[in-house]
Design a protein around this ligand. Structure first.
Ligand code: FMN
Length: 142
């Protein structure tokens, strides 16, 4: 089964309250389970960064819902690439609220600058590793 991964950042349209985040996650997880999509979502001060992965068909369905959600706007796709295996096999969608600013650095400028400085044939996989490393370190600290 072929797999692809997408990373994007976006801006929340308003400050979601606990209930809104919970219902967002509940609907996201139910659909992800149905379409075999896994990944992680991080929220920090009006910025979402999401990594998700799955079979191309399921990814299209899920990404369609993500793009059309009124809860956020200004989606910037940072990465889209085929992957050999899942990074989040056990998460229909992990979620955490970040209180640290490093997320924002990672979210756009640092991420894109890092990709620009890599040889073209390595840029995709190293971009993915950058996000995964952030997630691992971030979770370790909690
Ligand atoms: C930050 C964010 C992440 C989302 N992640 C997923 C997801 O992983 N899977 C999914 O099926 N839908 C996802 N969605 C879409 C929601 O599950 C849901 O379809 C959407 O929030 C409905 O919003 P609306 O009522 O504003 O259209 C996401 C939406 C947002 C804003």
């Amino acid at each position: 089964m072929s797999l692809e991964a997408i990373v994007y950042v976006s801006t929340a349209s308003w400050k979601p309250n606990q209930g809104e985040l919970e219902s967002l996650l509940a609907s996201a997880r139910a659909r992800n389970l149905e379409y075999a999509v896994t990944g992680a979502l991080i929220y920090h001060e009006a910025t979402f960064i999401q990594y998700f992965e799955g079979p191309p068909l399921g990814m299209d369905v899920v990404y369609g819902h993500i793009r059309h959600s009124t809860l956020h706007h200004g989606i910037i796709e940072l990465l889209r690439q085929p992957v050999a295996e899942r990074a989040f096999p056990n998460w229909t969608m992990g979620f955490t609220v970040s209180t640290d600013s490093p997320l924002l650095e990672l979210a756009t400028e640092k991420f894109l600058a890092t990709l620009r400085n890599l040889p073209p044939d390595r840029s995709g996989s190293d971009g993915r590793e950058l996000v995964l490393e952030f997630w691992r370190n971030f979770r370790k600290g909690r």
